[in-house]
Ligand binder design. Sequence first.
Ligand SMILES: [Zn+2]
Ligand SMILES: [Zn+2]
Length: 233
Amino acid sequence: MPGTLARRFANLAFGGRCFLCRGAAGAVLCAECDADLPRLVGPLCPRCALAAPAGEVCGRCLAHPPAYDATVAALGYEFPADTLVQALKFRGELALAPLLGALLAARLPRAAPVDCVLPVPLAAARLRARGFNQAMEIARHVARATGSRLEPALAERSRDTAAQVDLPHDARARNVRGAFRCARALEGAAVAVVDDVMTTGATLDELAGTLKRAGAARVVNWVVARTPAPADA
Ligand SMILES: [Zn+2]
Ligand SMILES: [Zn+2]
């Protein structure tokens, strides 16, 4: 079982200690820390994965329908999920990717298979600087766990953009406009886009729009962690 093996290696990487509390653990996290993860519980908007009464499409998605059709998120982006996501992205703790991928895969509906899985691409310069794409590291495990085809070259980031995290929320859509290019015609395909964190959704909206213009019939976001709705909403 590759998943089990990956987790065993991850465990070795952290010396048999829980990554979060450093207590003895048979996996990346001890049972207590695993149980304490901020798993997202409903009701959620099926389109953007923000809290929504009765689990119906939220007012914001109705008023400004995003290009993506659905979003599945495993965790709320709060402690300690943010610690895990940031350790992977900024400290290169690649051994966390199997855990994050497994948490995400566990949330995915079995009844809705996709034709391919696309990690949100990084611009070439950023990929060179970081040495890896955290979305790719997560997507690799999610694709394996779900038996889906991983297609990382399906889209590319055609220009580098300012890091979204450095921008106010209302500037993020403008920042990513035209940022992606799709490599081939998609002709009715269902595409799952994998990312580590979804904040405003501007990047995922732009990428979904690009995939739809290339012919994708359905684009779903699979994200590890979701920030709550901004207070000004
Ligand atoms: Zn622990
Ligand atoms: Zn929504």
